[in-house]
Design a protein around this ligand. Structure first.
Ligand code: NPG
Length: 370
């Protein structure tokens, strides 16, 4: 596939409500979109790096910089790149997995659209709709949390994930369990604890949580293995799993029984599928994480979440969970599920007027050799 040029576009999207985690509060998103233009059409990718390097080391200005200076020139220098060649040529640059993932996604979308192949089919999906969960941020008070959870359950969400941190863990979990009974419930600490707080985490055991996500720092895989012997709730890793190899290592060490897969965190949809394959081969169930994506990223995540190893509902919420106005036709929950897009590529595209109304900057990088 020839690349005519690549557009980097920044969009500003207010969130419907502030989203608080142990590492900070998001009130709006500054999102980097990539559009790959070919003689036959185009392809879209969304970069999930946040404004600040608080979830991981990446941040959106840094992603734009590394893409412009290194990643895009390396890809446009290849003759007829396809998505698998993108991963190979970007491998020599260290890190920047979210930036790489977005570029690979845009190339893959262009390639699949040209071929008329839906991303879900290309990845090996076995379902045409996926069960959806919702992630609920840290709140000012337990009553406020209960109201929020009540609203999400009424909308049909199939499982609730509560963000926790020291000081906001057992009490909110107990309150939600007491009020809503036997719902699918899990918690996410975003690395806010240390192994010394294992007893506090074991205090969550009586509440029959599906999983305890990333309690310890990203690089503390052995700590998770030790913690796994001290708590009954299954440990799930998110931030620590940056590749299929990292997943294999974590599983071998006994650091997790479940894995959250986010394509941005592992460098793209192709590596995400390899993480899925490694986990499935070891009998480790996976689920699809979310990074407050617009419809562009959400569409691709739904394709991934339709693979057979994705046995738990993911953070694949409806557009309205985060945005009053999505940049694509909104994803709307139907009986707790979202449809897997069936059109070529990611199966959706931005609505031009909406996209223009939220765009804050555009940069066109022509392929001088193309
Ligand atoms: O549903 O898109 C979504 C967001 C789900 O909680 C969610 N994402 O740690 O998994 C996470 C968290 C996150 C949010 C991470 C913002 C980074 C930034």
């Amino acid at each position: 596939m020839k690349i005519t040029g690549i557009e980097l576009r920044r969009v500003a999207m207010p969130l419907v409500a502030p989203f608080r985690t142990s590492f900070g509060t998001e009130t709006a998103r500054d999102i980097l979109l990539i559009r790959v233009v070919t003689p036959d059409g185009e392809g879209w990718g969304e970069c999930v790096a946040m404004s600040d390097p608080l979830y991981s080391s990446e941040y959106v200005d840094g992603a734009a910089d590394v893409l412009t200076r290194f990643l895009i020139p390396a890809v446009t220098a290849i003759d007829n790149p396809d998505a698998s060649a993108v991963g190979a040529v970007l491998g020599r640059f260290k890190g920047h997995l979210m930036a790489k993932a977005a570029l690979e996604a845009a190339v893959l979308d262009a390639e699949l659209r040209a071929a008329g192949t839906p991303l879900a089919r290309y990845l090996g999906a076995t379902r045409d709709r996926v069960a959806c969960g919702v992630s609920v941020g840290i709140m000012e008070s337990v009553p406020q949390l209960l109201d929020a959870v009540d609203g999400y359950l009424a909308e049909g969400y199939q499982r609730i994930k509560l963000k926790i941190e020291p000081g906001w863990d057992v009490e909110p979990v107990r309150a939600v369990r007491e009020r809503f009974g036997d719902i699918l419930l899990q918690v996410d600490a975003n690395a806010a604890y240390t192994l010394a707080q294992a007893r506090q985490l074991a205090a969550l055991d009586p509440f029959d949580l599906l999983l305890l996500e990333q309690p310890l720092p990203e690089d503390d895989v052995r700590g998770h293995a030790e913690l796994a012997r001290m708590v009954r709730t299954p440990i799930c890793l998110d931030e620590s799993i940056v590749s299929a190899r990292a997943a294999a290592d974590a599983i071998a060490l006994g650091a997790c029984r479940i894995v959250n897969i986010k394509p941005g965190r592992v460098g793209g949809y192709l590596e995400a599928r390899r993480v899925h394959d490694v986990c499935t081969a070891h009998g480790v169930p996976v689920w699809c994480g979310g990074m407050l994506e617009t419809g562009i990223g959400r569409a691709a995540n739904l394709a991934l979440a339709a693979l057979p190893g994705f046995v738990f509902p993911g953070d694949t919420s409806a557009s309205a969970r985060y945005y009053h106005q999505d940049i694509t036709t909104p994803f709307v929950l139907d009986d707790g599920h979202l449809p897997v897009p069936a059109g070529p590529g990611i199966g959706v595209e931005p609505l031009p007027d909406v996209l223009d109304s939220v765009t804050t900057s555009k940069q066109w990088l022509p392929n001088s050799g193309g």
